[in-house]
Design a protein around this ligand. Structure first.
Ligand code: C2O
Length: 547
């Protein structure tokens, strides 16, 4: 196995978009940032130099970080942020994962422009499918004309949600349907009669996305760096955080075909979304240029299409990235997820609820709205046994059992109000954990993509309405459930996941809609050390940033 080394210089740069100049924070001056390629088993070393005016951390989304929790990256969870003018070296080994992941900033909303692909090639040199002719990353993103740090600070002060994006992008480019953006859409040049692999990443902050290429079908072969049983579809759906690897055969009449993405909007009672479409062009070679054919994208609120895609995926049993499904459970949790309101705080001027300046918008899990610590990261507090940073009383069950998805109950004040706390769940090393996420309609139902750091999990079941603890487990797939790091919990529904806590450390579990993270839609798992050195978290590296 090799050591792959990179230097990330995080700095503000000026870019042109929509005939205007904008200052963004980026790595090595590019958007998307540098692509990293490793082979399974390699050690990755990334020196991050923060030359931007903001705090920053980098998270390696989906990487297990086995015994390397100090390199995971979420700010105030595994490290304090890297302050302007400072640096930190992330060092970790990549094991038992193959396919596409990505890296992104994990501070404020900087992920908008600080992100890139992380590709893990098979150690054997072989895929569990015919080797593609060529492969390309397709990074879907959101673009803001304004400064995203200011946007978050403002939303935080007013206790309201952050703004919609101004455009969607493919590999950093909005495409030719936007005004003042016609010149340089992303172009993918192909030859007829070959099979290509597209490594699709949803790096958008807040939008789930439908993705299609006119007249072409995809074969999904992996998601979240875990192989799937091949699944044929003409539309791919990705929540923020998701990655999907597809094979694309260029078997159509040589010509030009649009690839296009636009949002899947599940939220009820939400302000109007950005409903624009980003485009790129699939171009066959050797042909006179014709105007591209446009695919017919699903309607914005097409939940059946999103649900069909998410619930049809299964894992490829016995493949290198496969892990057995835990059947004997040590911990069983039912966790409600949803929006709520919380006290505004003494110095804020909240505008979330008309005429009620004492309340702000918040989000919660089991009625606890997560408050990030400020003086020490959770992992440092856990490692050095510092009291008073977090509590281990995160509830295994919702405080109130009721009809979570019947609108008649949506004013239930016991779930409408959530108090802020830094409450986590502590589990023994190697414990097997089941979590059933239950979406609530307390303020408005929405499909929340729940992301767990440090582990992949099996999605053993999902459905709409209230989870039925008697009937629903009978329908679980315990043979080949899809293996992911982010599950899009059906709107007004539930999803059941299982994982084995075989990685000591502190691992955040949160909604990957970035607007919901500062609102508190998070908690963390503290996984205790096991009995041997190979199940014990080593001490932090000497350059770990301090608060
Ligand atoms: Cu992709 Cu906690 O993040």
């Amino acid at each position: 196995a090799a050591t792959v080394e990179h230097t990330f210089n995080v700095e503000n740069v000026t870019v042109s978009k929509f005939c205007e100049k904008h200052v963004i924070t980026a790595v090595n001056g590019t958007l998307p940032g540098p692509m990293i390629r490793v082979t399974e088993g390699d050690t990755l070393v990334v020196h991050v130099l923060n030359n931007s005016p903001y705090n920053v951390t980098i998270h390696w989304h989906g990487i297990f970080q086995l015994l390397s929790g100090w390199a995971d990256g979420p700010s105030y969870i595994t490290q304090c942020p890297i302050r302007p003018g400072h640096s930190y070296t992330y060092r970790f080994t990549i094991t038992k994962q193959e396919g596409t992941l990505w890296w992104h900033a994990h501070f404020s909303l900087l992920r908008a422009t600080v992100h890139g692909a992380l590709i893990i090639l098979p150690k054997s040199g072989r895929y569990p499918f015919p080797t593609p002719h060529k492969q390309f990353p397709i990074i879907l993103g959101e673009w803001w004309n304004g400064n995203v740090i200011d946007m978050e600070t403002q939303a935080e002060a007013l206790g309201v949600p952050t703004n919609n994006s101004d455009a969607f992008t493919i590999n950093g480019r909005p495409g030719d349907l936007y005004p003042c953006s016609k010149k340089h859409p992303y172009k993918l040049k192909v030859v007829h009669g070959k099979t290509y692999m597209l490594r699709i990443i949803n790096a958008a902050l807040n939008s789930q996305l439908f993705f299609k290429i006119a007249n072409h079908k995809f074969t999904v072969v992996a998601v979240d760096a875990s192989y799937t049983k091949p699944y044929i579809t003409d539309v791919v759906v990705l929540a923020p955080g998701h990655t999907v690897d597809v094979l694309l055969t260029t078997d159509q009449t040589p010509g030009a075909y649009y690839m296009a993405a636009r949002p899947y909007v599940s939220a009820q009672n939400a302000p109007p979304p950005d409903n624009t479409t980003t485009t790129g062009i699939l171009m066959y070679d050797k042909l006179p240029y014709t105007s591209p054919i446009m695919p017919l994208l699903p309607a914005l609120n097409d939940t059946p299409t999103a649900h069909k895609f998410y619930s049809s995926l299964t894992s490829l049993v016995g493949s290198p990235s496969w892990i057995p499904v835990p059947t004997k459970l040590d911990e069983q949790m039912l966790v409600t997820i949803g929006l709520s309101v919380s006290p505004c705080g003494p110095n804020a001027t909240c505008r979330a609820v008309p005429n009620v300046p004492t309340l702000r918008l918040s989000a919660n899990m089991n009625n606890a709205s997560f408050q990030f610590p400020k003086s020490l990261s959770l992992l440092q507090a856990h490692f050095s046994n510092v009291k008073g940073i977090y509590t281990t009383d995160f509830p295994d069950q919702p405080p109130l059992k009721f009809d979570y998805t019947n609108p008649a109950n949506s004013n239930n004040s016991a779930l409408l109000f959530a108090l802020k706390s830094t409450s986590v769940k502590q589990v023994k090393y190697n414990a097997t954990v089941e979590i059933v996420f239950q979406d609530t309609t307390v303020i408005g139902a929405e499909n929340h993509p729940m992301h767990l750091h440090g582990f992949n999990f099996h999605v053993v079941g999902q459905g709409f309405g209230n989870f039925d603890p008697v009937k629903d487990p009978k329908k679980y797939n315990l043979f080949n459930p899809v293996i992911r790091n982010t599950v899009a919990v059906p709107v007004g529904g539930w999803a059941a996941i299982r994982f084995r806590a075989n990685n000591p450390g502190v691992w955040i579990l949160h909604c990957h809609l970035d607007a919901h993270l500062p609102l508190g839609l998070a908690t963390a798992f503290v996984v205790e050390n096991g009995p041997t050195p190979s199940s014990t978290l080593p001490p932090p590296p000497p350059d770990l940033p301090q608060c």
